[in-house]
Design a protein around this ligand. Structure first.
Ligand code: PAF
Length: 273
């Protein structure tokens, strides 16, 4: 990969990377479309597929994380990806590996509070991918809003010479955000999982004409989530989309994010209200 990256660089070919953990769906493919648009007809799009162990806690679903590499490769080929980069664990974390990248501000809340070592793993593997692929552009999905913000911050803080593009969330027809983890939902849970998108709409409608207290709105959203017997709210947060600082008064333009468990499956979603 590194050799190919150097050859492209030398020839002045623009390169975009779409980092993924595989089990690709329409959401990933929309990131590829965005990447292709960004690099133009002369450019190359690389998709990386690597289920990164350091971003999973020991209690999480690393072993169970869905994988289907041959299908993924086929989808990539069909989407005009020139190279699918699938490093091995040994390549990414050679024996004795002991260097990590830690973002210290944006990583503390929400996903970082629920999954304390998650963003250290994400930043480390993404920094490595940036060094190996040496892209001009990297495309991340807005579904992982906090992740995208942290990667943008990391790229700026550590002087990675690339542009991070955040592309919109793709949804199923009933509004559920596309995610590889949706596969784990039972039919009953799948039907109830639309509650995340409903909650985003409910909050938007509530603050449309006048601001609302974050405390009250959290109670309102929690009550809505509780109408689905299989859903268990992990967190709902209202915050400034630039700083990720929580707000007390929620209004149009405030960012909302939530995480909801269905059994062991944890789904996240977010929107600008
Ligand atoms: O969003 C993901 O799939 C992962 O967190 C990423 C960015 C590929 C890093 O492993």
């Amino acid at each position: 990969m590194q050799q190919q990256a150097r050859a492209w660089k030398k020839a002045g070919v623009p390169v975009a990377v779409v980092p993924t953990m595989g089990y690709l769906h329409g959401g990933h493919l929309s990131l590829v479309v965005r990447a292709r648009k960004a690099v133009g007809p002369r450019g190359k799009v690389v998709v990386s597929i690597y289920v990164n162990p350091t971003q999973f806690a020991p209690t999480e679903d690393l072993k169970k994380y869905p994988r289907d590499l041959s299908r993924d490769k086929q989808l990539c080929r069909g989407a005009g990806v020139v190279l699918v980069f699938t490093p091995s664990d040994k390549q990414v974390y050679p024996e004795g590996f002991s260097t990590y990248v830690v973002e210290e501000k944006l990583s503390k809340s929400m996903e970082g509070a629920s999954r304390p070592t998650h963003f250290r793993g994400v930043c480390t593997v993404v920094a490595k991918l940036f060094n190996i692929v040496a892209p001009d552009i990297a495309v991340f999905g807005a579904k992982d809003f906090q992740q995208a913000s942290i990667v943008q911050r990391m790229a700026r803080d550590l002087n990675f010479p690339l542009k991070v593009i955040v592309a919109p969330t793709l949804r199923e027809r009933d509004g559920l955000a596309m995610s590889s983890r949706n596969k784990f939902l039972t039919p009953d849970q799948r039907a109830q999982a639309t509650v995340l998108n409903e909650a985003l709409h409910e909050a938007s409608a509530t603050v449309k004409n006048k601001p609302a207290s974050a405390y009250r709105l959290k109670e309102q959203i929690a009550a809505h989530i509780a109408t689905r017997p299989q859903a268990r709210l992990d967190y709902v947060e209202f915050f400034d989309p630039k700083t990720l600082e929580p707000v007390q008064s929620v209004k149009c333009g405030t960012q909302m994010a939530l995480a909801v468990f269905f059994g062991k499956t944890r789904l996240i979603d977010n929107a600008t209200l």
